[in-house]
Design a protein around this ligand. Structure first.
Ligand SMILES: [Ca+2]
Length: 260
């Protein structure tokens, strides 16, 4: 009995000593680009792919520009500002276990800006992208001044925040319309929309985007004309205090972003 115990414990000792000799330092996170299958001790060297959202803003079939006139539902318009918030990013992988959230990632999408940094992704296939149009309730009643300079929820021009009580403007669309078709743009339109109840779930399915390099771009189309479905810009041009206009526009949120 004693012999067996000594034999067993010396084997164990040998095993521990052996594995210590063979231990290899490296990146042990399988979601990193430099994952080392042979490494058994992480040395903090893991690098993750940088995810970028490449948006292609349009008004209908035309590229978005503040300098251009567009016809939306038969009314000629031009924009002074067109922007909205995106948040709540969830990356769905082929296996649910590999899915992840991009926590605290906020984007203030502007018609004039195409590239947005999403932060670190994980190596693997991005099957679906879930996100929200608007500001998460947990952040919607914060003071913009508490965010560092340059943060999307920080102070903006034009302002994207009403007050502590009312929170952020999820969507801001401003411009001028030529409602009588005489070539002169005489009617301003101002849509400022928000409210916790209008936070909208968006889902882009079957992107099947393979992220296997140091960086990767998800390309999506943003069609600002979609905000105006069922809206007559000639008569419904100021959203303030008008729950009907606000409700109609919020019902369109899920159509604004689509696959390329
Ligand atoms: Ca006119």
């Amino acid at each position: 009995m004693l012999t067996r115990f000594v034999f067993f414990s010396s084997c164990l000792y040998l095993l521990v000593a052996l594995s210590a000799c063979n231990s290899k330092k490296g990146c042990t996170d399988p979601y990193a680009i430099n994952f080392d299958l042979e490494a058994d001790k992480d040395n903090g060297s893991c690098n993750f792919p940088a995810l970028t959202l490449h948006l292609h803003p349009t008004v209908g079939s035309e590229e978005f520009s503040l300098a251009q006139n567009y016809s939306i539902n038969g009314v000629d318009v031009n924009f002074d500002a067109a922007q909205f918030y995106l948040s709540g990013f969830e990356i769905e992988a082929e296996n649910t276990a590999d899915s992840y959230e991009l926590e605290d990632t906020y984007l203030l999408v502007k018609g004039s800006q195409h590239m947005y940094e999403l932060g670190d992704g994980r190596k693997g296939t991005i099957k679906n992208l879930k996100l929200k149009l608007g500001v998460l309730e947990a952040d919607n009643h914060k003071d913009p001044a508490t965010f560092e300079a340059g943060h999307p929820l920080g102070p903006q021009t034009p302002s994207m925040n009403w007050s502590w009580a009312n929170g952020y403007k999820f969507v801001l669309l401003e411009g001028t319309a030529d409602t009588d078709g005489d070539g002169s743009f005489e009617t301003p339109f101002i849509y400022h929309l928000g409210g916790d109840a209008t936070l909208a779930d968006l889902e882009l399915e079957d992107l099947n985007f393979v992220l296997d390099d140091t960086e990767g771009e998800i390309n999506l189309k943003v069609d600002f004309a979609q905000f105006f479905q069922n809206i007559d810009i000639a008569t419904e041009n100021v959203s303030h205090g008008d729950p009907v206009i606000s409700g109609k526009m919020a019902a369109n949120y899920s159509d604004v972003i689509s696959k390329m």
